[in-house]
Write a protein that binds this ligand. Structure first.
Ligand SMILES: C[S@@+](CC[C@H](N)C(=O)[O-])C[C@H]1O[C@@H](n2cnc3c(N)ncnc32)[C@H](O)[C@@H]1O
Length: 331
């Protein structure tokens, strides 16, 4: 069995009507006035919560110089973020011409530069630039994932010393031998532990490559969220077996309309980022959102028996958000 690369490039650059049918957390919370937002202690739009979290947890200031979002979907996060932050320069980068068009329509009143590009091509242009904040929300699951890696094939690939990273390499064009060589390089260079994985497993290759490339830029802090395969719920949600996400640490295929994503092994991201001298903060998305926990939610999560349409929506939201975590990388 040879490893394969899961790519979403053709999907996002195509004309699929299903583009962003996926219900991201950002889209679920919308402008902060819908039913999902009522599951929060203080209902608010996702982008405003992200801005507040960054101001509290990092040295970012609200009048910072430059903010960039890559993969901004419908522009929902940025619209709300800019109600809290007032950067002097804002850029939105997206591989999808159709979604970039949606962002331009949504944010037409604001002084934003829009760029249609693959982030792996665009990131090197930031080598000499100082950027206060990069937002990468629910997109790393789309980055190239190597599937069907076997420990036996890797053992062969790991025999010679690892090659130096090639910063011009385009992850979307790797052949089968390159895949094994690149997987071996990352595993050896960053001492990634394979002991807790089955003989055949998947590797979030593009995400680890992205962190290597990030270290070569002048981006001071990067905010990342995604579905995780090593996500543990914070207390008291950790007490409810029905909403515990799987934690087997092997990135899982998420089948979506017209494309597939993989969830993320965050401990590898943390390990690579620390080795590259980033300051790292990991968090569960429930802590950022400050989801409600009161008698109603306690009963709902214990009984799993909603008694109204609103509770049905709450239950769906708690089950969905349970798998998400985030990481802030500062340099
Ligand atoms: C799942 S959507 C998330 C949208 C939004 N951030 C949210 O949370 O609702 C993924 C977004 O990333 C973009 N994207 C995917 N791969 C990309 C790449 N390699 N470079 C730039 N943008 C990319 C897609 O076009 C889309 O806007």
């Amino acid at each position: 069995m040879m490893p394969k690369l899961n790519l979403t490039h053709d999907y996002y650059t195509g004309e699929y009507p299903s583009l962003l049918w996926e219900m991201t957390i950002c889209q679920s919370l919308g402008d902060g006035h819908g039913t999902f937002a009522k599951a929060l202690e203080k209902p608010a739009a996702y982008g405003a919560l992200v801005a507040g979290f960054l101001l509290a947890e990092t040295s970012l200031s609200s009048d910072c110089r430059r903010v960039i979002e890559i993969g901004g979907g419908y522009g929902t996060l940025m619209a709300a973020l800019l109600t809290i932050l007032q950067p002097q320069q804002i850029d939105m980068i997206d591989i999808s011409p159709a979604l970039l068009q949606k962002q331009q329509e949504r944010l037409s009143q604001l002084p934003i530069s829009f760029h249609c590009s693959d982030l792996f091509k665009w990131l090197p242009t930031l080598k000499q630039e100082s950027v206060d904040l990069l937002i990468i929300n629910e997109i790393i699951g789309d980055f190239p994932t190597i599937t069907g890696l076997t420990k036996a094939a890797l053992a062969e690939a790991l025999k010679p010393p690892p090659a130096a990273p090639d910063s011009s390499l385009n992850p979307a064009t790797l052949n089968d031998n390159d895949l094994l060589r690149e997987a071996g390089r990352l595993i050896k260079t960053y001492n990634l532990n394979l002991d807790d994985l089955p003989e055949t497993f998947n590797l979030n290759y593009g995400t680890l490559l992205f962190i290597e490339r990030l270290a070569e830029t002048g981006i001071k802090r990067t905010f990342i969220t995604e579905h995780g395969c090593d996500t543990y719920l914070p207390y008291p949600f950790s007490l409810f077996p029905a909403i515990q996400p799987p934690t087997d640490r092997n990135p899982r295929q998420i089948k979506l309309k017209d494309h597939d994503e993989y969830n993320i092994r965050f401990d590898y991201l943390e390990q690579v980022a620390k080795k590259l001298s980033f300051k790292v903060k990991r968090f569960h998305l429930m802590d950022l959102l400050k989801v409600r926990f009161d008698d109603e939610i306690n009963y709902l999560l214990s009984s799993q028996k909603p008694v109204s349409e609103e509770q049905e929506i709450f239950l769906e939201f708690y089950e969905h958000v349970a798998e998400y975590q985030g990481i802030i990388l500062e340099q």
